[in-house]
Ligand binder design. Structure first.
Ligand code: COA
Length: 152
């Protein structure tokens, strides 16, 4: 139902649309690195993904519309840290949870045993989202809540 396209397989236009979303104030303010990313840095980063098996970045499409992005970074021991943002035009309808569940159902086959996530304590919407998806709180460090979702 949803299509996941690795950034390394995206066209230049698709990568620019991803960057546009990533640089929206309402999205970047929740990121660990909240700065605006330049086109140059974005394209350089995507090139670096081609030779880095420990970082997987996907654009998520529904009927050819970009509904969000999903990224995974190998932390070792079968745990991958996952990052997510949804296109604001598609937020708040339960759609994001549907495509993340579809994504997750394919991850166990890649040898991924658990997903970790860190959510700013004041990102209440994201906190609710993670709890609804089944992530369990592991710890808090005063800025972030650290979550884990076991896949098996
Ligand atoms: C966090 C984020 C990915 C969640 O995606 P989302 O689209 O808002 O989440 P959902 O699709 O599950 O929608 C949930 C909301 O829609 C409402 N909703 C409406 N219909 C729904 C349905 N059928 N099923 C579930 N929720 C539904 C829920 O009540 C919920 O509202 P709430 O957020 O006030 O609790 C998204 O808000 C986002 O990208 N935020 C900015 C970037 C960010 O914070 N990323 C995460 C960093 S850790």
């Amino acid at each position: 139902m949803f299509e996941f396209v690795n950034y390394t397989d995206c066209s230049r236009e698709q990568l620019l649309e991803i960057l546009e979303l990533r640089n929206l104030d309402s999205i970047r303010k929740w990121m660990v690195n909240p700065g605006v990313i330049s086109r140059e840095d974005h394209f350089r980063f995507v090139e670096s993904l081609r030779t880095n098996p420990d970082r997987l970045y996907f654009a998520v499409y529904k009927d050819s519309e970009l509904v969000g992005t999903y990224n995974l970074t190998n932390e070792g021991g079968g745990v991958w840290e996952r990052g997510i943002f949804a296109n604001p035009a598609f937020q708040g309808r339960g759609l994001t949870g549907r495509w993340e569940r579809q994504m997750i159902s394919g991850l166990a086959g890649r040898g991924i045993e658990a997903l970790s996530a860190k959510v700013r304590e004041d990102n209440l919407r994201s906190v609710r989202y993670h709890l609804r998806l089944g992530f369990e709180e592991v710890s808090r460090d005063g800025e972030y809540i650290h979550y884990l979702l076991k896949l098996r």
